[in-house]
Design a protein around this ligand. Structure first.
Ligand code: ADP
Ligand code: MG
Length: 891
């Protein structure tokens, strides 16, 4: 295989600009740091772009090579010949065989051998680009190579039968959808084909001549005629891709071409609101002073990911044997050869870059020499019969590596949606006001009718009562007169019949009757008086009802005055809105002119700065109070308050203790006074989450000291912490509990006891909360535990496989070995190295996928000590070495 024998000439082609850091997980701030900032040459593809005040971050175009395995035809036809290329991934070198005794050597950013998995290809070529698109930078992923070398395989596979087959496009969308929030962000897609300088919409086949529009100011390129579909889930995206593919097939049949002659472009637009830029609007409390806070526009980042599956790079047959004339043949290749010319010009820093020569170069002006992060994968095949095409593909890649971009954040203020929001608020206020006004008027009307009804009812009752009394007395009077007359008649009769009757007796009887009549009459008169006083009473209450009506009228007037005032405020707000729109336009105009720095209007800034000192004062005040408390009240007293009856007192007390425990100088005093025991007891006895969180925080602080660790273990701390974790809802509680257990994991003496009481299971149980702070503590605990185990094994104190593996931690470890949060990744990398140091663990680690992570750590880890540790561990394990040999991986 090797052609590097001493007798053979061996030439190495080095890139003049060889910055070689691994592409993977690279943060933007460091990209290209070693590659020297390229002076913005007048001929860059993206020349004349955005404002001059933010210069951006230099980022060279990254180029990876992917070698396709021999296919069935090559296995037969080339059976007697060796491959024309050999990849040396460890040196990032490619050797191209010139003839039997001579090879050329080239360096690239990454080598993807015929064994490279689709996942690895995605992570090396596209993941860093996708990550920076999510951060707000434009990105490009492009595949270049001869037909049949695997461009579409690399980019476009859907992986419907085998998920491991998924190509870059599908994986990129998965990562994007996982990162954005569909409430505040949006993702939309266009899918196009470029053939013979005509741009066709693959999502709407009737639309087959889309024009390219360039913004003369910003240099941004857009396709207003292309269909743009919003993506809300992976399923709908896959359906869209299938639809596009079907249209592409139909279009190519109609135009009598093959897909290998056309370029396919997928454009993903990601629009995100930047958190913290927006304040909640204040319509609920209706307080107009709060309205000023909502006058702050949201900051939005609009980045675009372009994925380009280029036409095959092989020379087209000049004779036009595919049924095309020579003119057509030229047009078919126009865009690809223009791209080659532009990249040559950029690589040589030439003053003129012929961007406008083709549609492809106009579409990609931001990708080469522009503001996008660009990653190119060049695909090659192994067959010696295509050595010429393979060599020209390699040269294209070498030149592209020299192109330097200036990455720029694509962000702006969203004044439109702010104005929309304020309009909605204004309308809500107007509606609310109208509703209140109507309700008030209805209430006044109801009260007036009620009062009038009461008055007329009282008058009616009075008249009826008077009439009844009058009739009653009249009747009684008539009856008594009649009786007297009858009696008188009877007396006359008696006198006539018996002249001897006694007149004196009769006179007495008459007098008695007369007296009775007089008393009856007096009672009647009293009754009349009574009724008259009732009437007077009724008159008084009528007067008070009238005054009530007057009062209500007055309130109505006040309300009308308030309404007028509110209307005045509404019109002030409208004027403010207008002024803001005007200011926004002004700001945008100034930004466009490149003059003014980006800044919120001055009045808002001063508001914020006024608010800030008050917050600081508060915090200092609280600290001072806690210190005073300690001195004045005494520790014993504070600790006794942990058992207070009153829940508020307990919460305060535990906060004070936690604050004290955070200072190392107080810790011994707290433990001696029984504070640690009380805190543990509190975990078991209290059901309050605040108490759990604060107490666990204090225990975590105390658990840094070895004596305290022993006390915690002997007081059943592990099971108390496990129960607390199982009931916790607040991630900060989990972080504290995980921190405490992580500290205990670092003590050699408790390995078995800690595991036996469920400590490891408790840690693993907490990862489902997903909060990065919690995960970092879990990772730290696992790393601590693995380190102690490794020490014990080395000293011969431990045999048998790791308790971590026994408790099923390996799966989580492997899944998170590549976690984007660096503290988590670091701890896990260390844990893996410790686990790998013991041959008993090797089998489980291989089946669990940990071997790959170790290989990756030994190659890519940015910390040299960890990288070396991983390397040493791998090379000293016979089991690992045998597996690497079996997989034919040079190590
Ligand atoms: P291109 O798009 O460059 O013309 P394709 O992606 O269509 O090439 O690949 C040509 C053939 O080679 C397809 O059958 C594809 O499945 C196969 N192929 C390409 N790359 C690989 C690879 N890395 N491993 C296995 N098969 C591959
Ligand atoms: Mg293809």
């Amino acid at each position: 295989m090797s052609s590097g024998g001493g007798n053979y000439r061996n030439e190495t082609h080095r890139n003049s600009n060889p910055s070689k850091p691994a592409l993977k997980n690279k943060s933007l701030s460091t990209v290209g740091a070693s590659s020297g900032i390229r002076k913005s040459s007048p001929g860059s593809l993206g020349g004349g772009g955005a404002a001059k005040d933010d210069a951006g971050v230099p980022g060279r175009v990254r180029v990876a090579v992917r070698l396709r395995p021999r296919n069935a035809e090559e296995s037969v036809a080339d059976a007697d010949f060796v491959d024309c290329v050999e990849l040396q991934p460890e040196f990032k070198r490619l050797k191209l065989r010139k003839n039997n005794w001579d090879t050329d050597t080239y360096e690239f950013d990454d080598m993807l051998t015929e064994f490279a998995s689709q996942k690895r290809v995605y992570e090396v070529v596209a993941k860093p680009v996708v990550e920076s698109v999510l951060e707000g930078y434009n990105g490009t992923v492009m595949a270049y190579g001869q037909t049949g070398t695997g461009k579409t395989y690399t980019l476009g596979r859907l992986g419907e039968e085998d998920t491991a087959d998924r190509g870059i496009i599908v994986r990129a969308m998965e990562d994007i959808l996982a990162d954005v929030s569909l409430e505040t962000d949006s993702v939309s897609v266009s899918y196009l084909q470029l053939y013979m300088e005509s741009l066709q919409d693959l999502l709407d086949p009737t639309n087959d001549n889309i024009s390219i529009v360039e913004d003369p100011k910003s240099g941004d390129v857009s396709l207003p005629g292309a269909t743009l579909v919003e993506i809300r889930n992976q399923q709908s995206f896959l359906e869209l891709l299938r639809l596009g593919e079907a249209h592409r097939y139909a279009a190519n049949t109609r135009l009598n071409t093959e897909s290998s002659r056309s370029h396919a472009l997928l454009m993903v637009h990601v629009k995100r609101s930047v958190k913290g830029g927006d304040l909640a609007h204040s319509s609920q409390n209706g307080n107009t002073t709060n309205t000023a806070k909502s006058l702050r526009p949201t900051l939005v980042r609009k980045a675009k990911l372009v994925v380009v599956d280029l036409a095959g790079s092989e020379r087209i047959d000049k004779s036009g044997s595919e049924g095309h004339t020579l003119e057509e043949a030229k047009s078919i290749n126009l865009s690809l050869s223009a791209l080659g010319k532009c990249i040559n010009a950029l690589a040589e820093n030439s003053a003129h870059v012929p961007v406008r020569d083709s549609k492809l170069t106009r579409l990609l002006r931001d990708s080469f020499g522009g503001t996008a992060r660009t990653s190119l994968v060049i695909t090659i095949g192994p067959s010696p019969r295509h050595r010429g095409e393979t060599a020209s593909t390699i040269m294209f890649g070498q030149r592209a590596m020299k192109v330097e971009n200036m990455l720029k954040l694509k962000e702006e203020f969203d004044y439109k949606s702010l104005a929309r929001k304020l309009d909605i608020q204004l309308d809500q206020l107007i509606m609310e006001h109208e509703r209140e006004q109507k309700a008030f008027e209805d209430e006044i009307e109801r009260l007036t009718t009620d009062a009038q009804n009461q008055i007329s009812e009282a008058e009616r009752n009075y008249a009826n009562a008077m009439e009844k009394e009058r009739l009653k007395y009249q009747k009684e009077y008539m009856e008594s007169i009649k009786k007297l007359e009858e009696k008188w008649m009877m007396n006359q009769q008696k006198q006539g019949e018996r002249k001897m009757a006694s007149t004196a007796e009769e006179v007495a009887e008459l007098k008695r009757l007369l007296n009775k009549e007089i008393s009856l009459r007096k009672a009647a008169e009293e009754e009349v008086n009574n009724l008259e006083s009732q009437i007077a009473q009724l008159k008084i209450s009528e007067a008070s009802a009238n005054s009530e009506v007057l009062k209500l009228r007055k309130m109505l007037e006040d309300e009308a005055y308030q309404k007028e005032k509110l209307e005045g405020e509404i019109s002030t707000l409208q004027t403010q809105l207008l002024r803001l729109n005007f200011e926004a336009d002004e700001t945008r105009r100034r930004l466009d002119l490149g003059g003014a720095p980006r800044k919120v209007p001055g009045s808002l800034e001063s508001l914020i700065s006024q608010a800030r000192p008050q917050v600081n004062d508060l915090e200092n005040g609280e600290k001072a109070t806690i210190a005073n408390l300690f001195e004045q009240v005494g520790l014993q007293k504070i600790l006794s308050l942990l058992e207070a009856e009153d829940a508020d007192v307990r919460v305060h007390a535990v906060k004070v203790v936690a604050n004290l425990a955070a200072e190392e100088s107080n810790q011994q005093k707290i433990v001696e006074a029984g504070g640690l025991k009380s805190l543990l007891a509190l975990l078991g006895s209290s059901e309050d989450e605040t108490i759990h969180r604060v107490a666990a925080g204090a225990i975590a602080n105390l658990a840094m000291n070895e004596t305290n660790q022993e006390l915690i273990m002997s007081e059943g701390g592990i099971s108390l912490l496990s129960i607390t974790a199982a009931n916790a809802e607040d991630p900060q509680t989990l972080r504290m509990v995980a921190g405490a257990i992580a500290n205990l994991c670092g003590n050699d003496k408790f390995q078995n006891k800690l595991r036996g009481e469920g400590g490891i299971k408790a840690l693993l149980g907490m990862v489902k909360c997903g909060h990065p702070d919690v995960l970092a503590q879990v990772a730290r605990g696992i790393a601590n535990f693995a380190k102690c185990e490794s020490r014990a094994s080395t000293q011969g104190n431990k045999t048998g496989r790791s308790l971590l593996i026994e408790d099923g931690a390996l799966l989580w470890i492997v899944q998170n070995a590549n976690n984007e949060a660096s503290p988590i990744q670091r701890h896990i990398e260390l844990a893996l190295c410790h686990l790998a140091q013991h041959e008993v663990n090797a089998k489980d680690m291989i089946t669990g996928g940990a071997l790959w992570e170790l290989v990756r750590i030994s190659r890519d880890c940015s910390r040299e000590d960890i990288r070396n540790l991983a390397h040493r561990t791998l090379t000293s394990s016979p089991t690992f070495l045998a597996e690497l040999r079996r997989l034919r991986i040079d190590y």
